[in-house]
Design a protein around this ligand. Structure first.
Ligand SMILES: Cc1cc2nc3c(=O)[nH]c(=O)nc-3n(C[C@H](O)[C@H](O)[C@H](O)COP(=O)(O)OP(=O)(O)OC[C@H]3O[C@@H](n4cnc5c(N)ncnc54)[C@H](O)[C@@H]3O)c2cc1C
Length: 332
């Protein structure tokens, strides 16, 4: 296959993109390009306690600001910050590492609405294939729902802090049973309480970069990872029913534009903001809005760029004399 031509091009090497790049390139006959706007994660990304320092750092955060809606009345300048990771691993490199699978009922509902293959029973093998759960006595585990063999490190903080145990006891005293919230107990009508399972291993963050790309996958001959490359649009061939994505255009860190081609598929995994943004720049979105922005409409798709839901992030810090730990021990 000539230079600049791939079977698959993946836009965005974040939570989703890093996994897809790793899985597709397991097949040596498959030539894959992963194109990411950020670079490799900085060293402190590994330290769970350093999470907050990654947000609002333009090296690794897209620095988005948003209208907080009704939830954010009283916020300074009426704006909230909306952190989004810009690095290999994407937002999994700056999130709070809570490992919480989707609710089984949601998956089952999707399948009942026609998303064949998306029931919880059908996706559970993939959760297990991904996970390397580190055995612990600190939580109750439903063994049918977990695996210790996958690439994504999942564990429970050790040592467990006394206030965390007090929180569990208080929940149980109020009638919420203790159990595995990533297992069968998730369907319990009374809910379930547990210490957090986190995407960490031996006290370090397990982002999708570390879990799926670092080391083995990133050195494969058939996987080309292009970093500091800002994708500006998906290249489209044909029109109407024959419209298909044939490649992408991106800008490197010097501002030079490049085009690469995909024989099979372009996979858009640039996140909840980046993906619709790239679609709009490519001419896929509400016709009137595209025309207003002087972008040729290739596909009138009224819902692109709409319906984003997020939550306000607000930290509340309290003194806890006698029950906390010194900052130096946090994250161990
Ligand atoms: C502060 C914070 C805390 C969170 N805490 C948790 C938590 O504790 N538990 C949990 O389950 N979830 C948490 N989340 C949510 C979770 O991290 C995200 O839902 C998930 O990472 C989204 O994955 P994604 O692949 O869709 O996007 P991302 O992981 O954001 O990946 C998108 C990638 O695309 C790249 N990209 C975007 N545009 C372009 C472009 N034009 N060209 C090239 N590359 C581009 C980005 O740089 C990024 O690397 C948190 C998120 C944040 C921001």
């Amino acid at each position: 296959m000539p230079e600049g031509q791939f079977n698959f091009i993946i836009i965005g090497g974040g939570s989703a993109g890093a996994v897809i790049a790793s899985r597709l390139s397991e097949d040596p006959s498959c030539k894959v390009a992963l194109v990411e706007a950020g670079g490799h994660p900085p060293e402190r990304e590994r330290i769970p306690m350093a999470t907050a320092t990654l947000q609002c750092d333009p090296e690794v955060d897209w620095m988005y600001r948003a209208n907080p809606g009704k939830a954010g009345r009283g916020m300074k300048d009426g704006r909230m910050f909306l952190p989004r990771g810009k690095m290999l691993g994407g937002s999994s490199g700056m999130n709070y590492m809570a490992y919480v699978r989707g609710h089984p009922g949601d998956f089952d509902k999707w399948e009942s609405l026609g998303a064949d293959g998306w029931s919880y029973d059908r996706v559970l093998p993939y959760f297990k294939k991904s996970e390397r759960f580190n055995a612990t006595n600190a939580v109750s585990i439903d063994p049918e729902s977990h695996s210790g063999d996958g690439p994504l490190g999942v564990s429970v903080r050790s040592p467990v802090l006394p206030p965390s145990l007090q929180f569990i006891s208080a929940a149980m005293a109020s009638g919420i049973p203790e159990g595995d919230y990533n297992g069968a107990d998730r369907r319990n009508p009374a809910g379930v309480v547990s210490l957090f399972h986190t995407t960490t291993e031996k006290g370090q963050r397990s982002s999708t970069y570390h879990a799926f790309l670092e080391g083995t996958a990133e050195t494969r001959d058939n996987l080309t990872i292009v970093t500091k490359a800002h994708v500006t649009r998906v290249l489209l061939d044909g029109e109407g029913d024959t419209l298909r994505a044939s490649g992408i255009e991106y800008e490197d860190s010097t501002g030079k534009r490049h085009r690469i081609q995909a024989a099979k598929e372009v996979i858009l995994s640039a996140g909840a903001i980046g993906s619709p943004h790239i679609l709009l720049l490519s001419g896929i979105g509400p016709r009137r809005e595209l025309e207003f922005a002087e972008i040729e409409c290739r596909l009138d798709s009224p819902h692109v760029g709409k319906h984003l839901k997020d939550h306000l992030l607000l930290g509340m810090i309290f003194d806890a004399p006698g029950v906390g730990i010194p900052l130096g021990q946090a994250g161990l």
